[in-house]
Design a protein around this ligand. Structure first.
Ligand SMILES: [Zn+2]
Length: 233
């Protein structure tokens, strides 16, 4: 397959965007492990203009079998910024989750995903996660070994091209297939919408640490932003 690299590089991401991302995460961080009081929400929906839904179910920590499963820190700002910059609709957790949305189906987060699929009919759902820096890839793309694309594999090809154009070249396939457990990807595909689970290796998700990582975050943001905007009506 021929990859079409852009001849002219244009940048849409500024230092101010990265500063906003860092600020967003610093406000979310104190709530990673704090459960909402009963009746209070533990996630939020940001509706955008582009028919792409981004989910960040591990933007905060989540309960599994009565224990905390640590947050995929950095996925909260990523989802929020892709709403602001690209117009994606976003569902992300805002407090510690009483029921891990990527492990159980019977919770309000999954119900909200289902509602969005029915009411807004996104063309694709991107379920965003973060994983340990020791993984030798930039991003792993989980598609239940292709099944969650529901035959629309061209959407995955375009996603790969958009990421490669920003230097995220080590793209792995189905190291985390999202096929076990009651994942968001499985839930979305079962409800008739294509879905890809993105496991972003953590050195791309921590712009607050140093300039190199801030730079990586800018590239990640631009790659995903351009991909999402390609769905603009
Ligand atoms: Zn995760």
């Amino acid at each position: 397959m021929i990859d079409t690299a852009p001849l002219h590089f244009t940048s849409e991401i500024s230092a101010a965007h990265i500063a906003t991302a860092v600020r967003f995460e610093s406000r979310l961080r104190p709530r990673y492990f704090s459960l909402a009081h009963s009746g209070e929400p533990w996630f939020r929906l940001l509706r955008g203009s582009v028919p792409v839904l981004l989910t960040a179910p591990h933007a905060t920590a989540a309960m599994r079998h009565g224990h905390w499963h640590g947050p995929d820190d950095g996925t909260g700002w990523l989802a929020y910024m892709l709403h602001r910059l690209a117009g994606a609709s976003v569902l992300h957790t805002t407090r510690g989750s009483p029921s891990d949305p990527n492990y159980y189906d019977d919770n309000a987060f999954k119900a909200a995903v289902k509602h969005e699929l029915a009411v807004r009919a996104p063309k694709i759902v991107l379920d965003v996660h973060g994983c340990h820096w020791s993984h030798p890839f930039d991003i792993d793309l989980g598609t239940m070994h292709g099944r969650s694309l529901l035959g629309q594999s061209e959407m995955l090809h375009r996603l790969r091209s958009a990421l490669r154009a920003e230097g995220l070249s080590r793209l792995s396939d189905n190291r985390f297939p999202a096929a076990r457990n009651a994942t968001v990807t499985k839930w979305v595909a079962d409800h008739g919408t294509p879905c890809v689970q993105l496991e972003v290796q953590s050195t791309w998700l921590h712009p607050q640490r140093d300039r190199n990582r801030a730079h990586r975050s800018a590239r990640l943001l631009q790659g995903l932003s351009r991909y999402i905007k390609s769905f603009e009506p």
